[in-house]
Design a protein around this ligand. Structure first.
Ligand code: FRU
Length: 472
């Protein structure tokens, strides 16, 4: 540890102590969703299960609740639901990462974890910081236990990326297949087209560019946080895309997170399917996946949205901002890619109510409600008297009754998606998070919200309704 990281460690601890006493720090704090002790959180990083323990790192700005210099924060868990904060893990303490330890991943193998991330550097001067004035360095740091880290190794600089990409290249995700290591990174081309760069390596240190992956027609100007995995014969390329414009994207978030199905080999020749969103709600970005030791593909997203002045988070008053989604198992059924909360949540469920057609429950801040066997698309729910979930005009809607920055919505308005037939809905509420899984998780809607009360009202003629409280 160098002198700078030593002092930064002290500073972070001090600021966490002070900030976590401001406002009412636990008023909106979720029970099962990872949130920072103080300051700002964004992308999930370095997700892995190592020697039984789950590690989640996160983009962390402890010094500024509105986001600033990025470190990696670190939390661990035995069940992906109860998270224990372990302190800041990686600091911007080298010339090649001095303006931010940006997003990256973990590769677990042979008694060690290899972490790959982007070292962000912004040069002083009059630059546009897109084509000039910025460095995006690919860095490796290893750990034998997930808590102590070795020397940071600079693996690649902008010189190693294609000439026609801008300085925006970042967020390495690494995996191993058939004895070869692969790395995918997001990039913005100089002609403002987003793409993914695919590198390969035989020793996980020296990397060669193998492929550049993009769509036939330009699709956004930047792909952030790409991810790749295979599940049930499907090859999934996930990307968080900036710059989508036109009719299809109006009424949607400023940036999108979704996936393409890949035909062919990602490192050789391949084509991409249509882009499918992971989530249709207000707060979902930069998801990352990993494989659990029992072979599940689990994905966690940042339950937030960058560059979005329209809505806000009421926890800012309490000195912290943002959280992760509930970890979600990705699975395939009847050819459809579906999401469901990790099965560990089942053990937290205690039955509260069961009904047919309708239900009203008062004051329950942490629950799951399942509405199954929905007839003729009839479904209407009101959460905390402010948030409406409804099927109407052939679409599923998530909307706030009275959007305002000072109430439950924090200024959020309406999100919707056309859905032909509504079969079932699962609502997962954890104090200030709401995640709605429609048709077994074929469509998911996630939002933060800040209700004054936690009443839940459901109307769905003849449907079977069950509600559980979730206990710690
Ligand atoms: C996505 C992102 C990444 C970057 C990180 C910086 O939200 O912009 O591309 O590495 O956040 O915090």
């Amino acid at each position: 540890m160098n002198a700078l990281s030593k002092d930064l460690t002290k500073l972070v601890k001090m600021i966490e102590k002070i900030e976590s006493r401001s406002g009412e720090p636990d008023r909106f704090r979720p029970r099962f969703h990872l949130a920072p002790p103080a300051g700002w959180l964004n992308d999930p990083n370095g997700l892995c299960q190592y020697q039984g323990l789950y590690h989640a790192f996160f983009q962390y700005s402890p010094f500024d609740v509105e986001g600033g210099l990025k470190l990696w924060g670190h939390s661990t868990s035995r069940d992906m639901l109860h998270w224990e904060y372990q302190g800041a893990a990686l600091y911007p303490d080298q010339p090649f990462d001095c303006h931010g330890v940006y997003s990256g991943c973990a590769l677990t193998e042979d008694g060690r974890i290899s972490f790959y991330y982007t070292g962000n550097v912004k040069l002083d001067g009059d630059f546009d910081y897109v084509t000039e004035g910025r460095e995006a360095n690919t860095i490796l740091v290893e750990s034998g236990d997930g808590f102590r880290f070795g020397r940071k190794q600079l693996l690649m600089t902008n010189e190693d990326y294609p000439e026609d990409v801008t300085k925006h290249v970042r967020d390495p995700k690494v995996w191993k297949g058939n004895g070869i290591y692969y790395m995918i990174q997001g990039a913005r081309r100089k002609d403002d087209v987003g793409e993914a760069l695919l590198f390969a390596s035989s020793d996980r240190i020296h990397w060669l560019l193998k492929n550049r992956i993009t769509t036939k027609e330009p699709f956004g100007f930047m792909w952030e946080c790409p991810d790749y995995f295979e599940i049930d014969g499907k090859k999934i390329l996930s990307a968080s895309v900036q710059g989508l414009e036109g009719e299809k994207w109006k009424d949607k978030n400023v940036y999108q997170s979704g996936y393409f199905e890949v035909k062919g080999h990602v490192a050789e020749q391949c084509t991409l399917s249509e882009y499918v969103l992971w989530d249709y709600g207000f707060d979902y970005y930069a998801p990352q996946s990993f494989e659990t030791e029992d072979g599940r593909r689990v994905q966690i997203g940042w339950m937030g949205m960058p560059d979005c002045p329209e809505h806000t988070n009421r926890t800012i008053e309490d000195g912290w901002q943002h959280c992760f989604t509930i970890p979600r198992e990705i699975y395939v059924k009847d050819g459809r890619v579906l999401q469901r909360p990790v099965r560990e949540l089942e053990e937290r469920k205690r039955i509260l109510a069961e009904a047919t057609g309708g239900l009203y429950v008062e004051e329950e801040p942490v629950y799951e409600a399942r509405i199954a066997e929905i007839k003729e698309n009839q479904f209407h729910a009101v959460l905390g008297e402010e948030l409406i979930l409804e099927y109407r005009d052939s679409r599923f809607e998530m909307r706030f009754i009275n959007p305002s920055k000072d109430n439950a919505s924090g200024g959020r308005t309406l999100r919707y998606q056309e859905i032909e037939t509504l079969n079932n809905v699962t609502i997962l509420t954890d104090v200030s998070t709401c995640e709605v899984f429609v048709n077994d998780g074929e469509y998911v809607f996630s939002t933060r919200f800040y209700p004054e009360n936690y009443g839940l009202q459901i109307q769905a003629d003849e449907a079977k309704i069950k509600m559980w409280e979730l206990v710690s």
